[in-house]
Every structure is written in structure tokens, then in C-alpha cells.
Design a protein around this ligand. Structure first.
Ligand SMILES: C[S@@+](CC[C@H](N)C(=O)[O-])C[C@H]1O[C@@H](n2cnc3c(N)ncnc32)[C@H](O)[C@@H]1O
Length: 252
């Protein structure tokens, strides 16, 4: 079973990422406080898209984040990487297999996607990779804790992208790195969500449709504006065939 926790369940104080198991109370897989989203209802379809259709940036992520992940550490529990809005945990699992010395946490709001991510990780015998149900904004409650953060296809669905990047910035330790990838085309950003909606309609699901997430597509300058909204020590931005990508480094 995944570590299904909610850092922001009503009346509960958000807890630091590093103190997860000790200080957080478990919550049911489907918290009554959170509406089921399209990702909860169509998790199978999303996992299929992620694993078989979308670009795989594992190689680029591994080389971009290496300076923060390979650097020696004195004491402590080892390097900690978070995949934010991890969905089915595609990158968490790939990187956990590639870097067994890392501790990797995939964070998402969708319990069914997290459940699938954990099952796949267990099936692959990965012991350095776990999944957590939490709101991305709760990273701000864990200042300076993380060595690296990945956010892939994440900002396109967020209502508060700048605030969320601010939470990532806060959670990174000095010298920590963040990798971001966002689709460059409106079609590629919205097609998976449209197909998920269609699947849902075809299945005549009684689920309410008003909560369907909207997606945005970033222009080059919009993406740059988002990335540069935080006071990074350095930023590298590039565009590949389908994505705006960035690696951002917090001052050491
Ligand atoms: C478009 S998917 C991206 C999944 C994955 N990162 C990828 O590369 O395909 C966005 C994910 O963000 C999750 N999500 C949406 N809002 C969130 C929030 N505030 N905090 C954490 N996860 C969130 C959704 O449940 C969904 O799994």
C-alpha cells in the first residue's frame, strides 16, 4: 500500500517532509475533504498516457540533477528527491532504480494514481521510493529539506503556479536543484485530459464533470516568467521538440 497521507487534512498542522511517519496521521485513501478529480476517476488512462505516449526525460533529469544528488553528504539520511504531482510515479520509479542511494518521494493528490505508483514500485522491488498524498503547497512547510525536486507536466493544471514554485523554492536546501518540463503545444497539454473526459462520458460515469481540471500551455516568455519568479542563483531554460524545460539552482 502507498503511504497515503494528507499534509493538509482539516484541522491538522502540516508537517515537515522529513518527519513524515513520526508526525503525520494517516487519512483514508479518499479523503472526504477533497473532491475526486479527473485524475482519480481516469487514473488508468492517465498512467497509460504517461508511460507509453509522453516524452521520457529520465536521462535529462538524471544528468541535470546529478550535482545535487551525487554530492557527498555528512551524516543524515541521504539525499532526498521529490517528484511533485507525480501521477503514476513514472520518474520516481525510474530514478529510484537508477540511483539506489537516493530517497525518493512521489507526491500527488490522487490516491488511485499513488496506489498504482506504489504497487509498481513494490513489484519492481524498489525500497528507496515511496508515495505521499499531499498538496504541493505544503512543501512550503518544510523549508530547506530537499536536495532536488522534479515537476513534469504539473504547472499546466495548477491554479497557483507561481505560489507552487515558491513552495518548491522554500523546500529546497541551499544548492538544491529543480527540474521542470511543460508541454509547448496546447494540443499536447490538453489532449490527454480531453481523452480522459471522453472515456468517462463513454463509460457513462455518473461522476460530476464540473471539477475537470483545466490545462494551460506556456509560451516561451510565460514559462520563463514562471521560472524566474523565484530568486534562483542560476537558471537554464531550453526547449526540446515538445517541452519547455528548466533546471533551477538555489544559492548554496
Ligand atoms: C498532468 S498530471 C502530471 C503527472 C506526471 N508528473 C507526468 O509527468 O505525467 C498532474 C498531476 O498533478 C496532481 N495534482 C494536481 N494538483 C495537485 C496539487 N495541488 N498537489 C499535488 N498534486 C497535484 C494530479 O493529481 C495529477 O496526477
Amino acid at each position: 500500500m502507498p503511504e497515503v497521507l494528507d499534509l493538509r487534512s482539516p484541522g491538522q498542522q502540516a508537517a515537515p517532509i522529513s518527519g513524515l511517519s513520526a508526525s503525520l496521521a494517516r487519512c483514508p485513501a479518499q479523503s472526504p475533504g477533497l473532491p475526486a478529480t479527473l485524475f482519480d476517476r481516469c487514473w488508468r488512462e492517465y498512467a497509460l498516457f504517461r508511460e507509453h505516449l509522453f516524452t521520457d526525460h529520465t536521462r535529462q533529469i538524471a544528468s541535470a540533477l546529478a550535482p545535487a544528488l551525487d554530492a557527498p553528504i555528512s551524516g543524515g539520511t541521504g539525499r532526498h528527491l521529490v517528484e511533485l504531482g507525480c501521477g503514476p510515479g513514472f520518474y520516481s520509479r525510474r530514478l529510484a532504480a537508477r540511483f539506489p542511494h537516493l530517497r525518493i518521494t512521489g507526491i500527488d493528490l490522487s490516491a488511485p494514481l499513488l496506489d498504482r505508483a506504489q504497487r509498481q514500485a513494490d513489484r519492481s522491488g524498489l525500497t528507496n521510493c515511496s508515495f505521499l498524498r499531499a498538496d504541493a503547497l505544503s512543501l512550503a512547510d518544510s523549508p530547506g529539506q530537499l536536495d532536488a525536486v522534479i515537476a513534469s507536466r504539473f504547472f499546466l493544471i495548477l491554479a497557483q503556479p507561481t505560489q507552487t514554485l515558491g513552495a518548491i523554492f522554500t523546500a529546497l536546501r541551499p544548492g538544491g536543484l529543480c527540474f521542470i518540463a511543460e508541454p509547448t503545444s496546447a494540443l499536447r497539454a490538453s489532449l490527454p485530459l480531453l481523452l480522459m473526459k471522453m472515456t468517462e462520458r463513454l463509460a457513462r460515469s455518473p461522476a460530476p464533470l464540473e471539477r475537470v481540471p483545466e490545462s494551460r500551455v506556456f509560451t516561451g516568455s510565460g514559462f520563463q516568467g514562471l521560472v524566474e519568479s523565484q530568486p534562483w542563483a542560476s537558471v537554464r531554460i531550453w526547449k526540446d521538440r515538445r517541452y519547455h524545460c528548466a533546471v533551477c539552482r538555489k544559492a548554496a
